[in-house]
Write a new protein. Sequence first.
Length: 139
Amino acid sequence: MKSYREELWFDIPSRVGFRNITPEVERCLAASGVSEGLVLVNAMHITASVFVNDDERGLHADFTRWLEALAPHEPLADYRHNDTGEDNADAHLKRQVMGREVVVAITDGRLDFGPWEQIFYGEFDGRRRKRVLVKIIGD
């Protein structure tokens, strides 16, 4: 069995944003030499997310609006976490809803997606570098 690990680094310039990272994961898969197995893609920060969905601009705007309605950034005083001097309690909640990681099957050396599926990095407390772990195992 082969194993491959790589960290991808992202710097989203806004507080909230989404980035299609499928090409980077596909590059990792090619470098791994794995043709049958699994890939784990994991946000290594507690205010960021990795998820699978459609790469459609309107849907991403809907995510942003929906998440802000669920966990608005302000007023900051509404969150006990922000009593520590932080201002990102909402980002922790948004990450919890969108998820920490995805696992995708690898078949014949390709990501085994359904129609329209892509892998995304979701940022909820941006404006600084954060990383994503790509771990691939298989034959």
